[in-house]
Design a protein around this ligand. Structure first.
Ligand code: 6R9
Length: 660
């Protein structure tokens, strides 16, 4: 049983005494013999093979897909433009559905969906296949054809996945806009992509209330001249206006649609989707991905990074509006015929044990979430997971930000119960699939390190001149093309070249991240280089200071920014959320400052600590330090359209003002 209930004695009680010990030892976690024995990959041989002949390696991975026609050339690389599997033909929806329904996977659960109010639906591969085919036909009846852009603005309901696959089936390019984004953000993305069709819902549930998506849509598309139709999924049944001629009910279209739609034979390099990246200033960047290379990358990584087996129940907690949802809810797992869990709502609804209850209810075996969520769970306390049966879990994953060692150990111990390897997966919207990560049957894990580049991937840390740093910190770059790499920025090849390939002579992809390599060749991600501070002539990464703050038992979460300072160049400002029950005061502030000095050195001592209940984050959980800098330096706020909760930063502004 799940909810904390004093009368009930849980048989699964975990001891938390060993937590500190795990952290203290600065331990390396080797795969257990039992895990290694059953893993897909048990030896490092795969790294050597891939290194010897990367193209051959990627060809082998591409062959895991079903192709209508085999490619003629594996790679044409004219930097910054790569073409993979040139001349090959395939269809992503065929790979995720058709090839599974002819065998024993036909009646296997493809999607297990749980709505926030507690409703649920399970779609087998055959169910999903049927829905996707019908929707593909419905879209065709609205004259959507190969190459057209379709915007998807939905809550996390099965239709979100159905819509993506239906687009892929007819060769339409989807652009999923996260359902929590504002009308303004939606409008910008629709216009940049010149989308003709928009698929939305009458609403969705979030923390017990209905989010009125359709109202935002009506607002947005007043200024979207390219949109001809809006398909509306009935999710909540709440009243809302339908504009005759333009708006159509999803269920009515589906009722009329024929059961089979021939999958379009797509060229390997035909567009699969556009996805706008979050959190940056200025015009949204539409990252484009094509079919063959992207599908190869996500299919390979889903199977081997997560050590996916046919009987696994795979839960990636991301929204489909984030690249993580594209790659590890929809395309990667379904191409591997996995059973995928999706959940519509927030982790604290109706109580703070909702995620653990879902794991217990469906017997989730692989759980993939973000460090920000893990830190939130730490803040809430262990009583919530402790009273749930988490014994089905066998592997944990982390994505989105560097995971600080404290959170890693907590995750390993409290959720994984010291049994489950953690894969800390580094990648980006631009990279399409995971690039730096452990292989769980092989890699020795160091808490806080994403370990090493996957087989077939060449990543380096370089200095300002582009020279490799074998031990030490610098810029993280990728020095060889990989199949799932972005093919550009939609409509802006020049910006593509400038943003990613201009820094070192045009051949090297710059990730925008800083990283450190240790003597064992492990990569330690340091966050975006824009966030790295220059304090009295020393480079200090915000992430290192944050990690040392979170290391203190009183702290739940921290965000650090450089504030302009006449003497030092930059001084360190820290925004800190304390664990529940901790009171912020001057003493705590001094204790925390001393703690950072103790962990890193006097140079890293924060000049100012602001206590706050929450931090400004994107919907995928990344802290928006840019906004915190605006607050700290008293500027007007930059672009806030991707902010999860706008009130957080307003409250901080007030607070900061008071303390000045
Ligand atoms: C998948 C995703 C990409 C940026 C990336 C980096 C940060 C993601 C990370 C990580 C350290 C990890 N990031 N995973 N940093 N360790 N395991 O997050 O895509 O939203 O495009 O963000 O996220 O800074 O450059 P996206």
């Amino acid at each position: 049983m799940c909810p904390p209930n004093k009368k009930e004695k849980s048989p699964k009680k975990v001891s938390h005494a060993s937590f500190a010990a795990l952290l203290e030892e600065n331990r390396i976690f080797k795969p257990t013999p039992a895990f290694r024995a059953q893993a897909h990959i048990k030896s490092e041989e795969i790294y050597r093979q891939a290194n010897k002949d990367p193209l051959k390696f990627w060809e082998t991975q591409a062959k895991a897909l079903a192709w209508f026609k085999t490619w003629k050339k594996t790679l044409i690389w004219k930097p910054p433009f790569a073409q993979w599997f040139v001349g090959g033909k395939l269809n992503a929806s065929y790979n995720c559905l058709d090839r599974h329904i002819v065998g024993s996977n036909r009646n296997k659960a493809a999607l297990i969906w749980e709505g926030e109010p507690g409703d649920s639906r399970t779609l087998t591969y055959f169910d999903l296949y049927r829905e996707v085919n019908q929707l593909a036909n419905a879209m065709k009846s609205l004259r959507i054809k190969k190459g057209d852009r379709v915007a998807i603005y939905l809550p996390l309901i099965p239709e979100a996945v159905i819509c993506m696959l239906a687009c892929a089936r007819i060769g339409a390019v989807h652009t999923v806009v996260f359902g929590g984004f504002s009308a303004d953000a939606l409008k910008d993305r629709i216009n940049d992509a010149s989308a003709q069709l928009l698929i939305t819902a009458d609403g969705g549930y979030r923390r017990g209330t209905v989010v009125a998506l359709k109202a935002a849509v009506d607002d947005a598309i007043k200024q979207c001249p390219t949109i001809k139709n809006v398909i509306v999924v009935k999710r909540t049944g709440k009243d809302m206006a339908m504009q005759p001629g333009r708006d159509l009910w999803y269920h009515e279209l589906m009722a009329k649609a024929a059961a089979f739609c021939e999958p379009e034979k797509m060229d390997a390099e035909d567009l699969l989707f556009i996805l706008y990246t979050s959190g940056t200033t200025g015009k949204p960047k539409g990252i484009i991905h094509t079919t063959g290379g992207y599908m190869t990358g996500v299919t390979f990584t889903t199977k081997y990074v997560f050590d996916l087996k046919p009987e696994d129940i795979f839960w990636c907690t991301a929204d489909v509006g984030w690249v993580t949802g594209h790659s590890y809810i929809t395309y990667g797992p379904l191409a591997n015929a996995a059973t995928v869990v999706i959940y519509e709502g927030t982790p604290d609804w109706p109580k703070r044990d909702r995620f653990w209850k879902i794991i217990e209810k469906y017997g989730v075996t692989i759980f993939y979430t973000a460090p920000t969520a893990i830190r939130t769970f730490m803040k809430w306390g262990t009583q919530w997971p402790d009273q749930c049966d988490l014994t089905s879990l066998r592997l944990l994953g982390s994505v989105g930000e560097p995971i600080n060692p404290e959170a890693w150990i907590w995750y390993y111990h409290t959720i994984g119960r010291d049994r489950c390897p953690i894969v800390d997966t580094w990648w980006q919207t631009e990279t399409g699939s995971i690039l730096i990560s452990p292989l769980p049957g092989v890699s020795a894990l160091k808490p806080g390190s994403a370990t090493k580049p996957l087989p077939g991937i060449e990543a380096k840390v370089v200095n300002e001149e582009g020279r490799e740093i074998t031990v030490g910190g610098g810029y993280l770059v990728l020095t060889r093309p990989w199949p799932s790499m972005l093919r550009g920025i939609y409509g802006d090849p020049e910006r593509f070249q400038k943003t990613y390939f201009a820094k070192w002579g045009g051949q090297i992809y710059f990730t925008g991240d800083g990283a450190k390599k240790d003597k064992d060749g492990y990569f330690w991600l340091l966050g975006r280089v824009d966030d790295i501070m220059l304090v009295a002539g020393h480079n200090i990464s915000t992430m290192e200071v944050e990690s040392s703050l979170v290391d203190h038992p009183a702290v739940a979460e921290a965000a650090v920014v450089g504030i302009a300072d006449e003497i030092k160049g930059q001084a360190i400002g820290a925004f800190v959320t304390l664990k529940e029950g901790q009171k912020p005061d001057k003493t705590v502030e001094e204790v925390l400052k001393d703690h950072v000095v103790h962990k890193i050195g006097p140079i890293a001592r924060p000049q100012k600590i602001i206590f706050t209940h929450d931090l400004p984050k994107t919907r995928s959980g990344k802290i928006m330090r840019r906004l915190l800098r605006d607050v700290a330096e008293g500027r007007a706020l930059g672009d806030v359209t991707t902010l999860a909760d706008a009130s957080v930063v307003e409250a901080l502004k007030e607070k900061y003002g008071e303390e000045e």
